[in-house]
Design a protein around this ligand. Structure first.
Ligand code: ZN
Length: 382
């Protein structure tokens, strides 16, 4: 079988520069369409059973976040269920991955992929559950459905009108697949009839969950933008149907049903920790909002050993918030607790796992813990 590299599949991304020598396969990551961003890669190597491979991503140094490469390990899988860390090094702008496949088919990715097929499986699974409503908010530029999972709304209309509107949105940046893994964990817990935290939350809140804000970027193998090369998390000031229908439709529904809480789930390339970024620079934000923000972070740190509050982004100064970002825009628009949850592409230093690094599974557990923290302040979310 001839050695080959392919990426023409859901969320695939790589260009092959040369493949003559298995110990010097030269690859480059494609830019997001109509954008300079790139960092996400996902490709398959065939015909290399037992052959020591050296894969060099030669344009890593020019990627969106070159600080993401030192200390990073590429993920590899032969079964497409478990994704392990491969031997990886970064020098002189090149990311070098070394691996000897046990079979003639092996996949490499920036992080455990979350395919659109898996997304549809998740939506179908949720649609079967009692008390869950699955709907389509609109279409993306590529004509994909923008899915919304609503939990507990029927009860709101039947006298539960005081329920809080809780929004969870993920994968505005499509290459941050850990975000949808986290939301999968949240959805499974929220719909578990035996889980007492979920039961209590369903009494107090209506959940509006968008597991994938950017289906087009996901399928195209983008890092950060949609089909038009637009970074959705810079569109929350004035989204348009032409450039950012994903944000346009979500914001329209938020205006309709309200927003008392929003967790926007992301991944960070450089920082090897889980952390939350708030709306510190929003001058309109109230003391109550800032108090809720501190309470939420403190609760999550106590609940999950994978979460911490020591390392994160430098908060914006008062009045200097970028109001095109969802967390700032929503905190200002609705006076609510809005937050950005960031998870690492590298391992999480609080609780390292040298074999797998930070993973989809661990993202799911952090998602579940986010619900424990939410319950602690659900009554005060207004
Ligand atoms: Zn992001």
């Amino acid at each position: 079988m001839t050695l080959a590299v392919s990426a023409n599949f859901d969320s695939g991304n790589i260009d092959v520069l040369s493949i003559d020598n298995p110990e010097d396969i030269r690859l480059s990551i494609r830019q997001d369409h109509q954008s300079d961003f790139y960092q996400w890669f996902h490709f398959r190597v065939t015909g290399a059973k037992g052959v020591p491979l050296t894969l060099r991503i030669v344009n890593a140094g020019g990627s969106a976040y070159p600080d993401g490469w030192p200390g990073y390990k590429a993920r590899v899988s032969e079964c497409r269920q478990v994704w392990a860390q491969a031997e990886t090094s970064y020098a002189s702008g090149e990311l070098t991955i070394r691996y000897t496949p046990r079979s003639n088919s092996v996949w490499f990715a920036y992080f455990a992929p979350y395919s659109m097929e898996r997304h549809h499986d998740l939506i179908a699974e949720m649609a079967q559950k009692p008390g869950v409503d699955v709907s389509v908010l609109g279409q993306t530029l590529d004509g994909q459905d923008l899915d919304l999972v609503t939990i507990g709304e029927a009860a709101k209309n039947k006298g539960g009108g005081n329920k809080r509107s809780v929004w969870i949105i993920a994968r505005q940046h499509p290459g941050e697949t850990m975000a949808e893994w986290a939301v999968e964990g949240m959805l499974r817990r929220l719909t578990d009839p035996a889980d007492p935290v979920a039961a209590r939350l369903r009494q107090k809140c209506v959940f509006y969950i968008v597991p994938n804000m950017n289906p087009d970027g996901s399928r195209r193998g983008h890092l950060r933008t949609n089909a038009a090369g637009v970074n959705l998390n810079r569109e929350w000031g004035t989204p348009t149907l032409e450039a950012s229908p994903e944000v346009f439709h979500v914001l329209a529904h938020m205006d309709k049903v309200g927003c008392d809480f929003c967790l926007d789930v992301h991944g960070d390339e450089a920082i090897p920790h889980n952390f939350i970024a708030g709306f510190e620079g929003v001058s309109e934000a109230s003391e109550h909002q800032f108090e809720l923000l501190e309470r939420y972070k403190t609760a999550l740190e106590r609940i999950s050993p994978d979460f911490q509050t020591r390392v994160g982004y430098e908060p914006s100064k008062p009045g200097e918030a970028n109001l095109s970002m969802s967390t700032n825009a929503l905190a200002a628009r609705y006076g609510c607790l809005a937050m950005t949850l960031e998870m690492p592409f590298k391992d999480a230093e609080e609780n390292p796992d040298p074999a797998h690094g930070w993973s989809g599974e661990r993202s799911g557990h952090l998602g579940r813990a986010c619900l424990d923290a939410l319950l602690e302040l659900a009554d005060d979310l207004r």
